[in-house]
Design a protein around this ligand. Sequence first.
Ligand SMILES: Nc1ncnc2c1ncn2[C@@H]1O[C@H](COP(=O)(O)O)[C@@H](O)[C@H]1O
Length: 177
Amino acid sequence: MNKIAVFCSASDAIEPVFMEKARELGAWLGQHRKWLVYGGSNTGLMEALARSATENGAMIMGVVPTKLEEHGRVSDLLDVTFHSVNLSDRKDIMLQESDVMVALPGGIGTLDEVFHVMAACSIGYHQKKVIFYNVEGFWNDLLAFLNRLEETHFVHRPLKNYFEVANTLEELTRLLE
Ligand SMILES: Nc1ncnc2c1ncn2[C@@H]1O[C@H](COP(=O)(O)O)[C@@H](O)[C@H]1O
């Protein structure tokens, strides 16, 4: 897989371990000459990831909604900039431009992106998967809830159709190779 979308936090106030894991992933993307497709913001895990990716040789595509541009929150690291009108078409563009999506720890924006991709997969718009990068068990509660949805038949197909989980960088990169 060559074009990897990454959904992740825009916050600068989170624990350093998450920044470190984002940088490690960025370095791997660069060393393996991958394209990073992401939200293009100059804050949080997004900027940490993008800086490390570009320093290690990755090409970077940012999908930037008008609002971010208006607020001066666009990273200056981007090789390619896609301009989106809003968050809805931003998600469609990120999905269209990538082979697989990785979810690093994140908040509401990240959850919105993850569920957009899985919901579209669930009714057959695509067959691309989300990989939850479960740094420090960040996604455990969400994964437990998703498993409950499967056990109680609230999801239409087995969850393995929609996502995979990587607990370490090694597990993640094995899925990305
Ligand atoms: N206001 C936003 N700034 C940057 N990125 C955003 C914003 N809203 C949605 N996104 C996307 O969602 C995540 C970051 O949002 P979090 O709420 O911090 O998880 C990122 O992947 C962006 O593409």
